[in-house]
Design a protein around this ligand. Structure first.
Ligand code: CMP
Length: 143
């Protein structure tokens, strides 16, 4: 079992796409173990996107991700990191495969509606950055 960090970005929340996006992960069989809505502070955004410091899109990216609420979640399941990335599609919605989340809803490279961790190391780092251990719910889904 693997965990990954996913975040519906401010454009997705503003366009009422959060439910649809969460639903795709539920229907795919992933277990949501953490879920919350909040506005990211500049400090947290700069930490989260630390690997992009100095790139031309860094400041606009921080401005955008702090511009409105996000819906953050931690999902758990088999190959969660790579499966979620496949479901999201390429960063650039124009290059995202048909049917993926970014292909279906993304507008451009910045307004690409969702972020997902790209590796086990990023997943561990991002889950720790956005969720406290006690906010992750351990439960059995079997009815
Ligand atoms: P995300 O998966 O959240 O990770 C970094 C974000 O930077 C990316 O999605 C894009 O929304 C944004 N971005 C903007 N411009 C670029 C670019 N030229 N290359 C990569 N990411 C970009």
């Amino acid at each position: 079992m693997e965990r990954t960090y996913l975040m519906v970005k401010p454009d997705g929340v503003q366009r009422n796409l959060a439910g649809e996006i969460i639903s795709r992960f539920e229907k795919r069989g992933f277990k949501i173990i953490g879920l919350k809505m909040f506005k990211i502070t500049r400090d947290l955004a700069e930490k989260h996107y630390g690997e992009h410091v100095g790139k031309p899109f860094f400041e606009p990216l921080v401005d955008f991700i702090t511009s409105g609420p996000v819906v953050a979640m931690v999902i758990e399941g088999k190959n969660a990191i790579s499966a979620a990335r496949e479901m999201m599609g390429a960063t650039d919605p124009l290059k995202a495969a048909p049917g993926t989340i970014r292909n279906s809803f993304g507008i451009d490279m910045g307004r690409n509606v969702i972020h997902g961790s790209d590796s086990p190391a990023s997943a561990a780092r991002e889950i720790g950055l956005f969720f406290k251990e006690e906010e992750l719910v351990v439960y059995n889904r079997d009815l």
